[in-house]
Design a protein around this ligand. Structure first.
Ligand SMILES: *Cc1c(COP(=O)(O)O)cnc(C)c1O
Length: 417
């Protein structure tokens, strides 16, 4: 059997057949196939076909009912965000009242840090990873400044050992053990955007909390990618965007998790707005807020319904498939891609399937040029992080073994191996 036939056989035999047909797959920018082999779903996920229906229904309610749709729409807008609560809770392993869909990711990180980054006495530092996404670096530095602290002495960037690309859990734990008394907040990426490393979220959360710090997670690359148990892992807070693995469209409404012990604690300080008060009294227009004992208390504004509809469409797919089945398929696909690429190029992402999600980062010469040629000559869409990293996300909902085969052949061709 040729490698291509083998890839087709794996697609036909997989216990979770591809849901590619439920998505708009863009045409190939070049090469012999009609559709792109799309590996950029960790940057912008593909559009589910059903998204347009849910959006059209809200546009239609707005046209037909106008202001009345707040209460009389087929999905009344005053409580629309509640439709996302249970599926979002299942997605990240939370209790329903621990999650809310609101704002965008960086905004949520700031709102959550307003509550959980409370520097005091010797405990002022914020721990992030050196390869943090820039928005996270800017956010934590500005939080330090906001509290009158010098970011240079406040933000600690954890680096891998020399010559290594991934952080070792043991080194993170040792740091927290040694210096935890000076740490107010640990804020790491659950899956690192650059290397694709999946962190040991339960172990690091436990160590950070044992050291007396608050522990939050940026789950931009983890939500919809790997199974999460945020409640059981005792995570203090988390936030994630929904336009990457969650396929909810550019700039879509983000998610937010606050552990039950905090949502029940009225003394936790928050920045407030009218959507953070109890809906039963919201329209009394009282000057004093009555926050509910739920993550909803962190909401500020009435939510953008036209931006929530795509999130609802997406969560329905995750609910139907389930994260465990998706993760099992993801390990099969990523493992197949890793073994196809191993003879061709250096893989930066950990080789242990338990330490990565649906992403392989490759170290290559001229990442930008290679990315362009992959698209133009082969219809393989990947993402470049200059100067030398190319990222491929074999997203299990719509990428196939055949796509992985195409990517490996195309890279072998362009890298001359
Ligand atoms: C994608 C990503 C962001 C993007 O932030 P937005 O506020 O959604 O623009 C932030 N942090 C990480 C780790 C990301 O991967």
């Amino acid at each position: 059997m040729s490698p291509e036939e083998e890839a087709r056989r794996l697609d036909a035999a997989d216990p979770l057949p591809t849901l590619r047909g439920e998505f708009h797959v863009p045409p190939a920018p070049g090469g012999p196939y009609a559709e792109a082999a799309y590996f950029a779903g960790n940057s912008l996920g593909l559009q589910p076909r059903r998204t347009a229906d849910l959006l059209r229904e809200e546009l239609d309610d707005w046209a037909r009912l106008a202001v009345e749709a707040h209460t009389r729409g087929r999905r009344p807008w005053v409580s629309y965000h509640e439709l996302l609560r249970e599926p979002a809770a299942r997605l990240v392993g939370a209790l329903p009242h621990e999650v809310v869909a609101m704002n965008s990711l960086t905004v949520n990180l700031h709102l959550l840090m307003a509550s959980f980054y409370r520097p005091a006495g010797p405990r002022t530092r914020i721990v992030i990873e050196d390869a943090a996404f820039p928005s996270d670096s800017y956010a934590v530095a500005s939080q330090a400044v906001h509290h009158g602290l010098d970011p240079a002495g406040t933000v600690v960037r954890l680096r891998p050992r020399p010559g290594e690309d991934a952080l070792r859990t043991e080194d993170v734990l040792a740091f927290l053990e040694r210096e935890g008394g000076t740490v107010a907040l640990v804020l790491l990426g659950g899956v690192n955007y650059l290397t694709g490393q999946l962190m040991d979220i339960p172990a690091i959360t436990k160590a950070g909390r044992a050291a007396g710090a608050a522990v939050g997670w940026d789950l931009a690359h983890a939500a919809g990618n790997v199974p999460l148990r945020l409640h059981d892992w005792d995570v203090d807070f988390a936030a994630w965007c929904t336009y990457k693995y969650l396929n909810s469209g550019p700039g879509a409404v983000a998610g937010c998790f606050v552990h039950e012990r905090h949502v029940r604690d009225a003394s936790v300080p928050k920045l407030s707005g009218w959507w953070g008060t109890d809906p039963a009294v919201r329209f009394r227009m009282d000057p004093d807020i009555a926050p509910p004992a739920s993550a909803d208390a962190w909401q500020l504004s009435n939510p953008p319904i036209l931006a929530l509809a795509p999130v609802l469409a997406s969560l329905e797919i995750f609910d139907r498939v389930g994260m465990d089945a998706l993760r099992a398929k993801s390990e099969r696909l990523t493992g197949y891609l890793a073994s196809s690429l191993a003879p061709v190029t250096e893989i930066v992402t950990p080789s242990d399937p338990a330490a990565r999600g649906a992403q392989l980062s490759l170290r290559v010469p001229d990442a930008g040029g290679l990315t362009r040629r992959l698209a133009e000559a082969h219809g393989v869409v990947v993402d470049a992080r200059e100067p030398d990293i190319v990222r491929l996300a074999p997203v299990p909902l719509y990428c196939t073994f055949h796509d992985c085969h195409r990517a490996a052949e195309a890279l072998a061709d362009l890298l001359g191996r």
